[in-house]
Ligand binder design. Structure first.
Ligand SMILES: [Fe+2]
Ligand SMILES: [Fe+2]
Length: 150
């Protein structure tokens, strides 16, 4: 699979988890969805950093975008850790989720609008598929390692 398609699908899953968290009144579901979001976001950011970002640094005009993206990942990770230590029923939790959603929305837009077009201009389908298969391998490995601290 094309790495850009895998990343896009991850982004849509993450967005749907944010919506579910915002819409539910059920505390158990809230807790479950947050755990899924914590895992999905941490895994996604880590695989991008291990596989995708290093692979695209050679494409023209990506260096600054990747540096920025990495800072945004750090910011997201920090908010996720703070969220992990809060009870999902607290108002502070809801406020922090809203902040995290904004950070992620901005980040995802930048990736899909700016980074993707630069990658398409510099890599053919075969190369994107090769990176895609590496992305999938590292992702499934990390999925078994990363989970919300209890
Ligand atoms: Fe990212
Ligand atoms: Fe991403």
């Amino acid at each position: 699979m094309d790495v850009l398609e895998i990343i896009r699908a991850d982004h849509r899953l993450i967005e749907s988890l944010f919506s579910q968290i915002e819409q539910t009144n059920d505390n158990y579901k809230l807790y479950e969805c947050f755990n899924q979001l914590y895992e999905a976001l941490n895994v996604h950011a880590e695989v991008e950093e291990q596989v995708f970002y290093p692979a695209i640094r050679n494409c023209q005009g990506t260096n600054e975008l990747v540096d920025d993206a990495q800072k945004e990942h750090e910011e997201a990770r920090q908010i996720l850790e703070e969220l992990g230590s809060l009870s999902p029923t607290k108002d502070e939790f809801k406020q922090k989720i809203a902040t995290l959603k904004q950070v992620i929305q901005h980040h995802v837009q930048e990736e899909e609008n700016e980074v993707f077009s630069k990658v398409r201009a510099c890599m053919n389908e075969e190369e994107r598929f090769q990176i895609g298969s590496k992305f999938a391998t590292v992702k499934s490995k990390l999925q078994s390692e990363i989970s919300v601290p209890s």
